[in-house]
Design a protein around this ligand. Structure first.
Ligand SMILES: Nc1ncnc2c1ncn2[C@@H]1O[C@H](COP(=O)(O)OP(=O)(O)OP(=O)(O)O)[C@@H](O)[C@H]1O
Ligand SMILES: [Mg+2]
Length: 304
């Protein structure tokens, strides 16, 4: 405070410090202080410590909001592109399937080329599934929205998945809050979201580890949250911002198309919800889904 360097003689302005909490972690504070003089005589000093935790939180929230906005803009652009490509591919694909089927009928089941034709048809069908995903991603599909119980969605997904070989050595821990209020949505689409995230988790753990699924109501019963955590290797920081991009995959060709999360992202947006991810090599990956609860008083309006 006696030097001239920090805001003038006798003053120390907004100096960033860290104060140790009794449990050992640092609390960021801002310190301002000064010397009170009587003529040239120092007679007192004073100091103000301001706890910066709330401010830090606001800054982090702002940054996250900014990132989410960037992501939705990017998605909108990619969505238009994807929809265009999907429509273009749909017609020739239908042609390929139609003619392959015609040839197959003509040649009969016993023909030695039948297996090759089956392959053509199967691969063309795979393309159609990808195209359907793309259209989904770009909001080019319509579906009915109803009040949905998220716990039912989770149960249904697990029932389907638990018999898949990749889940045999995965311990599934469910912690579902009872009497969760309904959200407004389409249970088949929501199934798809939960399934994509769970399958990703299982694949990341290579079939060995713990999958933790939690549901709860938050924020004064306004929001339902689902957290899906795996004990896998986590997602490297530099890939985190790419995982929701269509066709981004780290999996081998044929194993993943990279559409799972981009489609999930689009579906969650259609449900006025949010999707976030936390990941680290130590704790694995957690996907956090949030959906607004259906207001009881508005059910008439919402059921339209
Ligand atoms: N739980 C997870 N742990 C580690 N990495 C993950 C996890 N979930 C997603 N990822 C990463 O994000 C990428 C994109 O996931 P996404 O579901 O969109 O596509 P995919 O699983 O590769 O292919 P698809 O879902 O189309 O079969 C994955 O390839 C993987 O690298
Ligand atoms: Mg996937």
């Amino acid at each position: 405070m006696r030097s001239d360097d920090c805001g003038g003689k006798g003053r120390l302005l907004r100096h960033k410090l860290a104060v140790k909490h009794k449990d050992g972690h640092d609390i960021p504070v801002s310190f301002s202080g000064g010397i009170i003089y009587d003529q040239d005589q120092e007679i007192a000093t004073f100091g103000l410590f301001t706890d910066l935790r709330a401010l830090k939180q606001i800054e982090e929230d702002l940054e996250q909001t900014h990132n989410m906005l960037m992501q939705s803009e990017k998605m909108a652009g990619l969505g238009r592109l994807a929809a265009g490509v999907a429509h273009e591919i749909n017609n020739p694909m239908s042609g390929i399937m139609l003619y392959a089927n015609l040839i197959q009928e003509e040649l009969g089941d016993d023909h030695h080329l039948n297996e090759d034709l089956q392959t053509i048809i199967r691969e063309a069908e795979r393309c159609k599934v990808i195209v359907a995903d793309l259209l989904e991603f770009s909001h080019q599909t319509n579906y009915e929205m109803n009040p949905v119980a998220l716990n039912d969605v989770i149960h249904k997904t697990i029932t389907v998945l638990q018999h898949q070989p990749i889940f045999h050595n995965i311990e599934v821990i469910m912690e579902l809050e009872e009497n969760l209020p309904a959200i407004y949505g389409n249970s088949i689409r929501l199934n798809q979201v939960v399934m994509n995230i769970i399958v990703n988790g299982a694949q990341a753990m290579e079939g060995n580890g713990k999958l933790h699924i939690l549901s709860r109501c938050r924020a004064n019963h306004d929001i339902n949250e689902i957290r899906i955590s795996d004990s896998g290797p986590g997602i490297p920081d530099d890939l985190l911002e790419k995982i929701f991009d269509p066709f981004f995959t780290t999996k081998a060709t044929g194993e993943g198309t990279g559409l799972g999360l981009s489609v999930s992202y689009a579906i969650v947006k259609e449900h006025k919800g949010s999707i976030r991810v936390n990941s680290s090599p130590e704790s694995g990956t957690t996907f956090i889904l949030r959906f607004p609860v259906v207001m009881d008083t508005l059910t008439g309006e919402n059921n339209d």
